[in-house]
Design a protein around this ligand. Structure first.
Ligand SMILES: [Zn+2]
Length: 476
């Protein structure tokens, strides 16, 4: 097994007869560690390594994909042959595959980690979740349940194709999250905290997991004693610390190019490049290049270098997120959004780190501008239709705003709306920037690590409370 590009190129060349119009090899090796402490017991504990490669062959617009864990030249040539046969069987049309990439892209590994997680004893990783469990349970008798999860992964990829493009990337990610459930007098409150990024074990060391455990436990206890949230249409201020999960889920997915193809427009943003789709104070970027963030990549899983993509600039739709396939269909350059969960998966357009950028309003003045409304400090889980942007999100931590002042904490609020519609009515955008929050984005059953962030934002009217059925859950 090797990720040596020269060896893979030799195998690709040996199967030249089966390239069709364009052929690609994605080879991957990953080492993963997962430690889950549930209810005080080690529920899952695994450390595994796997390696494999996928071969994709295009005949015209038709792609076929074959993957294997066998890295021998013979196996790679056979995979090419099978993919070529499959692509030809499915095709009714021909035409050259035209890639917009420069030839010979050479990637440098991004070294943003100090402590390589594979050198850390498993006992130290278990200690991270045990410490968090102890701190959370110690916060109060009403803490009923604690689930703490540590994960790390070291993924090396090599991507080569029949245009002689070669890319290599190393992604080292370390993550920790915990869920705390508190209950008292028939009221149940759940709090969640997480950290993670393109970073080593230092991401969770030195008391980080204890600090997050304390924050989550204290929030759960605080919300336990909060009054039920008011329901109805009201102004909502999302604090910068709340993160941009709504921007990612209810707005960002709609800007993935596979939902915007002229041949199959599904998104409300389809055909609207250059047109206003949001308030003039809204600028949203998806930036895969920010050091250390969870969605950061050296190159995407098709070998395109990670980029900063301006999706909406001052309210105007500027770009979609493209992989090679959508870029070809729309006659533009791929912009580094082709991601796949593993070598078993075909790439598709995905977000990386999705950020709404600061504007000009003072965050305190934004709160003062609200006569009666809700201040959201932490989002909870939600359901969203990623194509239409219809969403229902639970709010984990919220406060009333009365006469421009933040007053009582309130529990049980949900936000209900439509992402593209919300974009158009956002009327205040703060000059601050929150910490980015992390997530595991789900799309068509494929997970991808991402991050998101916002400044303080005011939505003048949004439905708070209520229940809407029939939507699929995505990010957790
Ligand atoms: Zn997502």
């Amino acid at each position: 097994m090797t990720l040596d590009p020269n060896v893979l190129v030799a195998a690709l060349n040996a199967g030249r007869a089966y390239w069709g119009d364009w052929a690609e090899i994605f080879a991957e090796r990953r080492v993963d560690t997962l430690v889950v402490l549930d209810d005080g017991k080690l529920d899952k504990l695994s450390a595994g390594e796997e390696a494999g490669l996928g071969v994709r062959v295009f005949v015209g617009k038709t792609a076929a994909y074959v993957y294997t864990s066998d890295f021998s030249r013979q196996a790679i040539v056979e995979a090419l042959r099978l993919a070529h046969v499959a692509a030809n069987q499915r095709v009714g049309q021909t035409g050259a595959f035209v890639a917009a990439l420069d030839r010979g892209v050479a990637m440098r590994p991004l070294a943003h980690y100090r402590i390589m997680p594979d050198g850390v004893p498993l006992a130290d990783k278990v200690a991270v979740v045990r410490a968090a469990d102890r701190v959370a349970r110690g916060a109060g008798a009403a803490i009923r349940q604690v689930t703490a999860t540590y994960t790390d992964s070291i993924q090396d990829v090599t991507i080569i194709n029949s245009l002689e493009e070669v890319a290599q990337d190393r992604r080292v990610r370390t993550m920790f999250n915990l869920t705390v459930v508190a209950s008292e007098n028939d009221v149940i409150q759940t709090a969640f905290e997480s950290t993670g990024g393109l970073a080593g074990f230092e991401q969770v060391a030195d008391g980080v997991s204890e600090r997050l455990a304390r924050a989550a436990a204290e929030r759960a206890l605080r919300m336990l004693r909060a009054q039920p949230a008011p329901a109805g249409v009201m102004p909502v201020v999302c604090a910068a610390v709340a993160g941009g999960v709504l921007v990612h889920e209810a707005m960002g997915h709609g800007m993935e190019a596979d939902f915007n193809l002229p041949s199959k427009p599904m998104s409300v943003f389809a055909g609207k490049i250059g047109q206003p789709v949001a308030s003039a104070n809204v600028t949203i970027v998806d930036d895969g290049t920010i050091p250390g963030l969870n969605g950061t990549l050296g190159c995407d899983d098709e070998g395109t270098p990670a980029q900063r993509r301006v999706l909406i600039e001052n309210g105007i739709l500027k770009n979609y997120l493209h992989d090679r396939t959508t870029a070809r269909e729309m006659g533009v350059a791929p912009n580094g959004s082709g991601r796949r969960q593993t070598f078993r998966h075909l790439p598709m357009p995905r977000m990386s780190n999705t950020l709404m950028l600061p504007s000009q309003d003072d965050p305190a003045a934004i709160i003062h501008s609200v006569a009666r409304g809700l201040l959201v400090k932490q989002m909870g889980g939600g359901q969203v239709n990623i194509v239409s942007g219809e969403f229902v999100f639970k709010v984990q931590e919220a406060f009333l705003i009365e006469n421009g002042q933040v007053t009582e904490p309130v529990r049980g609020a949900t936000l209900i709306g439509n992402g593209p519609a919300v974009l158009k009515i956002i009327d205040r955008v703060g000059n601050d920037a929150g910490p980015t929050r992390i997530g595991m984005c789900g799309k068509y059953e494929q997970g991808a690590p991402v991050a998101h962030g916002i400044p303080t934002v005011r939505v003048p009217e949004i439905v708070v409370g209520g229940i809407v059925a029939g939507m699929s859950e995505t990010m957790r």
